[in-house]
Design a protein around this ligand. Sequence first.
Ligand code: URA
Length: 436
Amino acid sequence: MRPRDVIRTKRDHGELSPEQIDAFVAAAAHLDGSGWERYHLTALLMAIYLNGLSPAETAYLTVAMANSGRRLDLSDIAGPKVDKHSSGGVGDKTSLILGPLAAACGVIVPMMSGRGLGHTGGTLDKLEAIAGFRVRLSEEEFRTALRRVGLGMIGPTADMAPADRTLYALRDVTATVESIPLITASILSKKLAEGIDGLVMDVKCGRGAFMQTRPEAQALAASLLRVGTANGLRMRALITAMDVPLGCAVGHTLEVIEAIEVLKSRGPHDVRELSILLATRMVELAGLGDAAQAEQKVRAALASGAGLDVFRRCIEQQGGDARVIDDYHRLPTAPYTAAVVAPRRGFLTQMNAQDVGIATLLLGGGRQRADDTIDPAVGILCRAKPGEFVSAGATIYEVHYRDVQRWHEARERLEGSFTIGETPPPDTPLVLEELV
Ligand code: URA
C-alpha cells in the first residue's frame, strides 16, 4: 500500500480503510523503512486536520494507536483505577491536587500525563521542578507506587502508545494540533494503554484552549465519550472555561507551589473548587459513593491533610525531594522579578490566557522547539484577576525571569493581554457543562 494513495484518499474526502489506518499507525510507531517517511505522516495529518475523520475512523485510529505498543494490565492491583486528563490549558495544575485527593479517598490513580504542548503546560514538566522527581519509572516501579501510595505520576513509557509520541511531536510543529479526531486518538490511545477502568476528562474551552468555541469543545467531549465508552471506559467529561489562566500561577515552580497551597487548604478558589469537582467525579466513577458522598470524602481528604500526605509520599516514592512541601525555597527560583502594572484605574475586564501562556514560553518556561529545555523557575503570578478593581500602577502580573531580553519580549505580550474598563465584567462560570 503506497503512502501517497492513503494520503490521496483523505485528501479527496474519502474514508480510510482499517488497513490504511493500520499502515499509518505502524509507520508512526516504527518508521522502519516500510515506505512511509515523516513527510507522508505529516501530509496525512494535515489531510485529516482539514477533512476530518468519521466516528468509525476515529475509533479505529484510537485503538490502533493504543495497540501500537504495550498495554498495561493492572488487574492484579486491587481497587478501582481512575485517571483524569485535560485537553490542555494555562495555569492548570489541578492534576497535582486531584491525583493525591482521589488517592486519599481510595481510588487507584495511574496517572500518565504529557509535557507542555504549544502554549499550554504539562504535568510532567511541573513535577520535574521538584529536584529528583522521576517521571520515568519502570513498569515494576509504577506498580509499586500504585500499591504503596495509590498514585503514580509518570510519562508514557517508551513502549506505550509509541505512535502517539511520533504523531504528537509532528502535530506540534505542523499546525495540526487542533483537530478533534486527532486529539481524541492521542488522548485515549494513551489512556487505553494505561489499564484504567474510568476516566474524567476536563475539556478546556476558550482563548487559552485548543478548542476555542463551545460547539468545538462539545464536539471534542462527545468524541472522547463515544470512543472511550465504546472501549469499556467509564467516563465523565466536563467542559471548563479557559479564557483566563486557572488560578494565579503560570510556570512550573510557581504552579507547584500553588498546588501545594491548595492541598494545604489555601490557594485560589477556582483551582481548589475545580480540583475538588474533578476528584469527586473520579471517586464516583470508582464506585466509592454517589455525587454527594464522593464530594464529602474529597473535601474531608483536603481538610484533614490526607491529600497533602499522599502528595508527600508520591514525591518520596518517585525519588523527589519532599521537603519542598514545607520549604518552597528548595524549588528552582528565578533571580529577578518585575511587574507589569495597570496603566489606569478601573475594573480588570479581561485577561487573555493564551497571551499569558505565550509570555511564559517566551520567558523560557516552555518549548519553542521539541528539543528545548525548560526553565522551571520562570513564570508569571497574576496579582489581579478579571472582576477586581485596580488602581493606576497596581501590579497585574509579577514576572519571574532570568534573562532581560526574554523579560522584554514577555512584557510586550503581557501589556496587551488585559483590558481595564469602567464597569466590572459579567460573572462567568468556570464549569460550562458536564456530559455523561
Ligand atoms: N493532550 C494530548 O495528550 N493530546 C492532544 O492531542 C492534546 C492534548
